[in-house]
Design a protein around this ligand. Sequence first.
Ligand code: ADP
Ligand code: MG
Length: 334
Amino acid sequence: ETVVNRIAAGEIIHRPANALKELIENSLDAGSTNIQITIKDGGLKLLQIQDNGHGIRREDMAIVCERFTTSKLKSFEDLSNISTYGFRGEALASITHVAHVTITTKTADSNCAYRAHYSDGILVPPKPGVSAEPKPCAGNNGTQITAEDLFYNVPARRKAMKNFAEEYNQIMDIVNRYAIHNAGVSFTCKKQGSNQADINTLTTGSTVDNIRQVYGVNTASELLEINKEYKKLEVKLKGYISNANYSLKKMVLLLFVNHRAVENSTLKKMIESVYSSLLPKHTYPFLYLSLEINPKNVDVNVHPTKREVLFLHEDKIIGRICDAIQENLACANS
Ligand code: ADP
Ligand code: MG
């Protein structure tokens, strides 16, 4: 059974950045306004996330890492109406099947924090001969989750992850996206032992401030704001795009659907063709696009951690997005 679970876990957690994405979404679901991430060896040795969210109750600590444990679905009906990020209770369980996990957490109504260690979905003692029960300890309100030695028990996967710098880039890509999409939440991410964070956004920072910090788009005038609603399609579109005078060495498309960072290759291709006639050769645009779609119209059968997302009326919606981009660019340059 453990082997089956480990294979299932491998489907969800391909690399450190996948694990971190799930952990960030959990912290956001818990209402956090401050998220601090520490990484060692591209996340393979250490992935740690500290938040100031609502915490996990002592009595739930034994089960949070079991498969299908979720506090986010009240009824089966909810499955077709998912508004939070997570919905299957598989992420934490999966991580415990491929790493050593420690959780330290405190709810506001508890007078101390509790710490527990997990492996293969269950509580395990920190060392042989001691109890596996969560232990009281000092700590602030919120949750700290530490995943160590990722893929220690999947040698082939571990071997494939030789390039720590590349894994760290993937991690930063995820942190940057979520930081930009969640102005009002401060994010920091650094390598363990470094006193310099590689991103450090403020709770008071705006979306534009965060885009500037991460992508260096210099003035607000280089970014055009998009804010549209398509009532018939039940879609809201918000975001910022660079104007045609601003160009990057490769296209940056930060796409969110219902607040989850996703990819959509059709949309990407269409956007490339919109800009191709506008930008000089070998220069590329920046786009941050956030779509809110009636959850009923988003395909929930695609696995929650697959980044490619499908939605109903996709062609029409993509058409509207491209129209909006063209309209904004035309306005800015007239
Ligand atoms: P899901 O997010 O789909 O519910 P997860 O496996 O990601 O499943 O998390 C399992 C449960 O653990 C969550 O439903 C939540 O109750 C709890 N949890 C996980 N991370 C946190 C966190 N940072 N703060 C508070 N609760 C958390
Ligand atoms: Mg989750």
